[in-house]
Write a protein that binds this ligand. Structure first.
Ligand SMILES: [Cu+2]
Length: 199
């Protein structure tokens, strides 16, 4: 039930904000209707969840794909939406809308990050710098928690964003390179557009 609400919100943002560039979530809602418990990942996912919530997790696991645009607009460089909620098992696809960007997790195991701001058990990701419009990179979120990430060439200019998978994690404050939406706001709204956040 909550999941459907979130997806509806994401769809609305996508259609309104992207002027029909694509339809990121259009095809995935139908998968949700019958996509329960058939994937190989289902078992391990439940194991990583705190005991009391297992039933809920099984009910809501999906495999939906959400899209985040990477944008250069004048002197602004940003991810859109800048805040996004996903369920464990969902995939996020980052797509170059304009400019050249990367999607890189705040994980000290990666050369370009000075701090770690993803869950301890999570696999860090780094798309490398993508340079052509339409180029994309995907990552499937398995571990519950909060993930902050950035664009390598534009980190110093504040091109950072946040994804909450399942429920907020234990990150504190904002990343060192700028502000991102609060975890609870992401959970409540499902997706927070850059224009909404930057005011
Ligand atoms: Cu960038």
């Amino acid at each position: 039930m909550r999941r459907r609400t979130f997806l509806s919100a994401v769809s609305a943002v996508g259609v309104g904000g992207l002027a029909g560039c694509n339809a990121p979530t259009g095809g995935t809602e139908t998968e949700l209707a019958d996509g329960t418990g058939t994937t190989a990942g289902g078992g391990s996912e439940a194991e990583t969840t705190a005991g009391g919530e297992t039933a809920t997790e099984q009910e809501t696991q999906g495999g939906a794909t959400e899209t985040v645009q990477m944008v250069t607009e004048g002197s602004e460089y940003y991810f859109d939406p800048i805040g996004l909620f996903v369920e464990s098992g969902d995939t996020v696809e980052w797509v170059i809308e304009s400019g050249a960007h990367s999607s890189t997790a705040y994980a000290q195991s990666l050369d370009s990050a000075d701090v770690t701001r993803i869950p301890e058990q999570a696999e860090p990701w780094n798309s490398g710098i993508l340079t052509s419009a339409g180029a994309s990179f995907s990552y499937t979120f398995e571990v519950t928690g909060t993930y902050d990430y950035f664009c390598i060439p534009h980190k110093a200019l504040g091109m950072i964003a946040r994804i909450v998978c399942g429920e907020p994690g234990d990150v504190e404050g904002d990343p060192p390179d700028g502000d991102v939406p609060a975890e609870q706001a992401i959970v409540e709204q499902g997706a927070i557009s850059y224009s909404e956040f930057s005011g």
